[in-house]
Design a protein around this ligand. Sequence first.
Ligand SMILES: C[S@@+](CC[C@H](N)C(=O)[O-])C[C@H]1O[C@@H](n2cnc3c(N)ncnc32)[C@H](O)[C@@H]1O
Length: 226
Amino acid sequence: MTQSANNAAKAAKTFLTPEIADYCELHCSPESETLAALTAFTMENRSDFAVNLSGRSVGQLLRLLVGLSGAKRILDVGTFTGYSALSLAEGAIADARVISIDANPMSKELAQPFLAQSPHGHKVELVTAFVQDWLPLQPDASFDFIFLDADKHRYPQYLTECWRLLSAGGVLIADNILWGGHVVSEHPPTRAIAVDAFNKAASSLPDATAVCLPLRDGVMLLRKSA
Ligand SMILES: C[S@@+](CC[C@H](N)C(=O)[O-])C[C@H]1O[C@@H](n2cnc3c(N)ncnc32)[C@H](O)[C@@H]1O
């Protein structure tokens, strides 16, 4: 590649400013009334942790992909106040089942009223358990679609387990895989090191197609070979 072509390629990769990120978020489909209410509730009552919400762009991506995949058995790893669980339920086919798991019992209490308000909430089952204990108990190939959004320092371990649990042709999506950009820091924090290890392992899976997207805090899309 010539120097100018190289510079053009680099420039094209580095235009992702906070303004562009906000623009992209605003130009995704609007949230359902229930997701908007859940977001407002979380901002008001769990403001210290509101950054945990996967939010409009990732939520709409989940909704779109789960619908396209036709998945019936869906796993949401990390409930928090239920944003991703409800986004998945909204996009999923009528007889799909979404299992959403969180170690914090408060997640169930917080998410349940919003699920009850939604015409898709009945698809979701909330489970209180530690992911690292619960995943190994599930049979091989028991899910068609998995969204991973729990403790980042265990992402490499969760990749191994989730890959075992995913059916052939299934989809695994992981959030926060750029960890605020620290995956390319000279001295990355522990979580960025774990997330980077996850990204390296995910993109090297021989039976996967992997796409690493700079959407919000970074999203890894994986499809297991059929
Ligand atoms: C980033 S939040 C999930 C956000 C959620 N997906 C959403 O869209 O709003 C991560 C959640 O994972 C849960 N969590 C963290 N480590 C866990 C573990 N080892 N087992 C189960 N849940 C865990 C936390 O309690 C927290 O609610």
